[in-house]
Design a protein around this ligand. Structure first.
Ligand code: FAD
Length: 421
């Protein structure tokens, strides 16, 4: 292994320090190196395994084997980077320093924050203890999508609940993707009519961008799913198989309703990691306070961010990272050279909604829900379920993730240009 796995200890200094070696951290490191091979880059990342999380939905639907969604971190962190295998606990932006869990510090000229988000399992009473038995599962939990698939195959009759927490969450479509793939399996195995499928969404609509709602609604009707909006999962009792939902009944009132289940696919509320949320770097919502276009911090001009931690109004997806990484890379290089930043991110994000095994509604949109399709309509009409989009997700995207995006090959991801000020 050529890249140095650095033992933290004494004070270290790097030109660029990246916090997080997930989809965003690795992609941006590769994109910087592609532009300037001499830039000294360090990545701080505690995990030994890198996860391709978009694959977890497919594991939960029995399409992918779990092994295809994970690789050793040592093989994913680029060899040209120094790797500090530790967690960042604090940022000291006034003195250009990050603090690590072992008490050591690293100085930087430019800092890139890509630690993803925190799944707040404790935000739903009893959920964490209930996960993994009595039919309580979550594709959002690392290693648990196989249990989802096991439960789906076992269930022949009864009640199956699928919950979605308040926004923002990563891959906003994933709670319903699990539901559609499960319903498709039950329908193909002639037991859907004996299963009461319910979707409980803390939000008020099926999907945040109206153009995609009709196609999704058709599948809701096809599977006979009962939708409950403004219904937030607040407690789970695994042993008695009861879920409690807080339902908004009027502008000022809500009431708690208990629902018995045979299977529950739960998604927890989500927030930025504490070292961001509770720092001067956060916006009012607790997310990283970045300029929408440059992805540079609004108050610290040598701090950038991308991925799920960002407070920008895009969909939190790996697809967003694909377009963000080249923008951050280009603007970081400009900053190091004391040149104006010229690259702009237009808010692209995408969500391949797996409405059945074999078809996907590929939602692609930018800031303010403006549609940003990657393909002409005759290849993929994003507002309809298509086989082409399934082929992309099931056959192409894992390879594109591991071998294109994480390697700095910026396929269809050229940055937009900032308009001159
Ligand atoms: P992550 O990939 O989560 O990586 C964050 C990294 O930071 C981790 O390696 C973590 O260990 C590290 N880290 C955390 N804290 C610290 C710290 N204190 N110090 C140092 N390092 C730290 N996206 C799509 O585009 N399409 C999909 O179909 C899709 N489906 C999804 C389905 C599910 C079930 C889930 C869970 C996600 C899905 N996503 C999808 C979303 C996608 O996985 C994320 O948007 C993407 O991984 C974000 O990348 P990131 O680098 O910001 O975060």
């Amino acid at each position: 292994m050529n890249h140095s796995t650095t033992q933290a200890g004494s004070e270290k200094q790097h030109t660029v320090v990246i916090v997080g070696g997930g989809a965003a951290g690795i992609s941006v490191a590769a994109s910087i190196h592609k532009r300037d091979r001499d830039t000294d880059i360090a990545i701080v990342e505690p995990s030994t395994t890198h996860h391709y999380q978009p694959g977890w939905t497919m594991v939960g639907g029995g399409v992918f084997r779990p092994e295809v969604t994970a690789k050793p971190m040592a093989g994913v962190i680029p060899r040209f980077c120094s790797w500090y295998q530790d967690a960042v606990t604090a940022i000291e932006p006034e003195i250009n320093r990050v603090r690590l869990a072992d008490g050591s510090t690293i100085g930087y000229r430019v800092l890139i924050l890509a630690p993803g988000l925190e799944l707040n399992w404790g935000g739903i009473d009893g959920l964490e203890a209930a996960l993994g038995s009595n039919g309580v599962t979550s594709n959002y939990r690392q290693g648990m999508a196989s249990y989802t698939w096991e439960m789906v195959q076992k269930l022949k009759k009864g009640t199956a609940l699928f919950s979605q927490p308040p926004m923002p969450i990563k891959c906003a479509g994933a709670p319903q993707k699990a539901m559609y793939l499960s319903s498709d399996y039950w329908q193909k195995n002639n037991c859907l009519s004996d299963i009461n499928v319910q979707f409980h969404n803390a939000g008020a609509v099926l999907f945040g961008v109206a153009d995609y709602v009709p196609a999704l609604q058709r599948y809701v009707e096809k599977y006979g799913i009962a939708t409950h909006f403004q219904s937030t999962l607040v407690a789970v009792n695994g042993t008695s198989r009861k879920a409690t939902f807080r339902v908004t009944t009027s502008e000022w009132q809500s009431e708690d309703r208990e629902v018995e289940f045979d299977m529950l696919h739960a998604v927890p509320p989500q927030r930025a990691p504490a070292f961001i949320r509770e720092s001067v770097l956060a916006n009012d919502g607790g997310w990283l306070d970045l300029a929408d276009d440059t992805l540079c911090h609004k108050r610290f001009d040598n701090i950038f961010g991308l991925g799920d931690v960002s407070g920008t109004a895009n969909a939190k997806t790996a697809a967003a990272v694909r377009k963000q990484a080249p923008v951050v890379a280009e603007n970081v290089i400009s900053t190091l050279r004391k040149a104006p930043m010229t690259a702009a991110y237009l808010g692209y994000g995408s969500c391949p909604l797996t409405v059945e095994n074999g078809r996907i509604v590929l939602a692609e949109f930018g800031y303010n829900g403006v549609l940003q399709p990657s393909f002409p309509k005759w290849i993929n009409d994003g507002t309809q379920a298509t086989r082409a989009a399934w082929w992309l997700k099931a056959k192409q995207l894992p390879t594109l993730y591991w071998h294109v995006m994480l390697k700095g090959h910026e396929w269809m991801a050229a940055p937009a240009r900032r308009s001159p000020h």
